[in-house]
Structure formats: structure tokens, C-alpha cells
Ligand binder design. Structure first.
Ligand SMILES: [Mg+2]
Length: 261
């Protein structure tokens, strides 16, 4: 049977300006890197946007290295004030998902100490061998030994979870920061058949968590992002309006300062 390639997610165009659509939304879900900050340093206009949106603003990020408290403190140093309960991060949501689906599991964590601490708190057991689950995040200490351990555990039947599949995110001054997707590609090069549960955008888990905290439905919220393939397509699939910002040719706004009337 002829199999058609999946069409790219449409970029919604409406006659209403981004600032008007944001003004009418009960919750504004906003990506972090490339939208509000670069390497956790606030972009021009981001602090004013956060202040203008107040309790309607939720950061929804594929970040897998920080916890919301640490990230909130780091952003506040640059004038961007968003409290931890309005920051939803792929790393922690992945740990929470594993704790819910595989309670008490032994987990090989390729990621930051923040994820290990959270896993402990939720009753999981971080371990190096004989694990039930492999959690792959942006692991800045990733090396051959770690890859070998992951492949060994997957071969023995461990279940693979990845925080996100982005291959990079924008750093300061146009620098590309390698992301979890690169490490996932290395793992997949060894064990291509291993199924993987990806939690971050464009999958629904992060949007749904932010909507739950905001107490509103997708049609009452709006997503702001700089990545059409993750931020925007994930929001549209849930029935949420979305605004593409940044340097992309189809972007509706260049940066945060264009999002408030
Ligand atoms: Mg981004």
C-alpha cells in the first residue's frame, strides 16, 4: 500500500496580532531557550513580558539539567521572575513519569545530579547495573563507558526513557548547545530496535502538566516557542494556539518585547 509521508505541522496564521492573542489567553505557555533566555540569561524584553503576564505565564521547557527552584533563582539573577511552580521541565517530568509507571524501579540515570536527587525522593533507586529503566537526559559527562553501560542494560531488557529528542538548543551568541537527541542518536546507532519513550515537547506531557497547574483547557491557552517541530507542532496537536518567535522565516514575532501590547 502506498504510504504517504507525514505532512509538516501547519503554522497557523490568524489575522489577530500575537500580542492580542496573548492578551486573550488564560495561560501563556512559553519555551525558555531562544524565547525568554539563552543559556539561562534573559533576552531583552523577557523580564517585562514575565511581569506583564504575571500568573498567566508558565515556562514549558525541554531542559533536563535543572530543577525549577534552581532555574527560577538563576533566571531571577537576570531580572526574569518566574516562581518554581510555574516552571515545567522535561527532566523532572520524566523522573515523575518513571516513578508513576515503574514504582521503585532501579534506574540508570545518564543525566544531572538534579535528576538523581529527584529519583531518590520519588522512591526510585539510581543504579549502574541490573536496572529496570535507563533514563537518558542531557548528560554533560556522557562518554564511551556510559554508552557501553546503557547499551548493555538495554540489551538485558531495561526500558528506555529520554527526556527529549532535540539535537541542540540555542546558546549565547548563536552558539549551538548539544542536546539529549545527540546522545539518543548514539544509543540508537548501537541498538536501533530499542523502543524509547520520549517525554519532552512535542509530546503532550509537558503541555498537559502546565495546563493542569493553570487549571485550563488547551483552547484557553497559547504556546510561545521558537521551534516549529517541537514547541509549535506539539501545541497545535493538542488544539492549542501557538506563536512562533525568533529568527525562523515564518516567525510571527522576533522576541519577547513584541508579545506585549
Ligand atoms: Mg527553544
Amino acid at each position: 500500500m502506498l504510504k504517504l509521508a507525514e505532512p509538516p505541522a501547519p503554522i497557523r496564521t490568524t489575522p489577530m496580532a500575537p500580542s492580542e492573542r496573548i492578551a486573550g489567553a488564560r495561560a501563556v505557555l512559553c519555551d525558555l531557550d531562544g524565547c525568554l533566555a539563552e543559556s539561562n540569561v534573559a533576552l531583552p524584553g523577557a523580564a517585562a513580558l514575565a511581569q506583564a503576564l504575571g500568573e498567566r505565564l508558565y515556562i514549558v521547557s525541554n531542559n533536563s539539567t535543572h530543577d525549577p527552584i534552581g532555574l527560577s533563582q538563576e533566571l531571577a539573577l537576570h531580572g526574569l521572575v518566574v516562581p518554581p511552580h510555574r516552571i515545567v521541565l522535561a527532566g523532572l517530568v520524566t523522573v515523575e513519569t518513571i516513578a508513576r509507571r515503574r514504582p521503585g524501579a532501579r534506574v540508570l540515570i545518564a543525566g544531572s545530579s538534579v535528576l538523581r536527587a529527584r529519583a531518590h525522593m520519588l522512591g526510585l533507586t539510581p543504579a549502574a547495573r541490573d536496572v529496570d529503566v535507563v533514563l537518558l537526559a542531557r548528560d554533560t559527562g556522557f562518554d564511551y563507558t556510559r554508552l557501553e553501560a546503557i547499551v548493555r542494560e538495554l540489551g538485558a531488557g531495561a526500558e528506555l526513557f529520554a527526556t527529549n529528542s532535540d539535537v541542540s538548543h540555542p546558546g549565547r551568541h548563536g552558539r549551538l548547545v548539544p542536546e539529549t537527541g545527540c546522545l539518543l542518536a548514539a544509543v540508537r546507532a548501537c541498538v536501533s530496535e530499542a523502543p524509547c519513550t520520549v517525554i519532552g515537547k512535542p509530546k503532550p506531557a509537558l503541555y498537559e502538566e502546565a495546563l493542569r497547574r493553570a487549571g485550563c483547557s488547551p483552547s484557553e491557552a497559547i504556546m510561545v516557542g521558537d521551534n516549529p517541530a517541537t514547541d509549535i507542532s506539539g501545541a497545535l496537536l493538542l488544539g492549542m494556539d501557538a506563536i512562533l518567535v525568533g529568527r525562523h522565516p515564518l516567525a510571527e514575532a522576533g522576541g519577547p518585547s513584541e508579545l506585549i501590547a
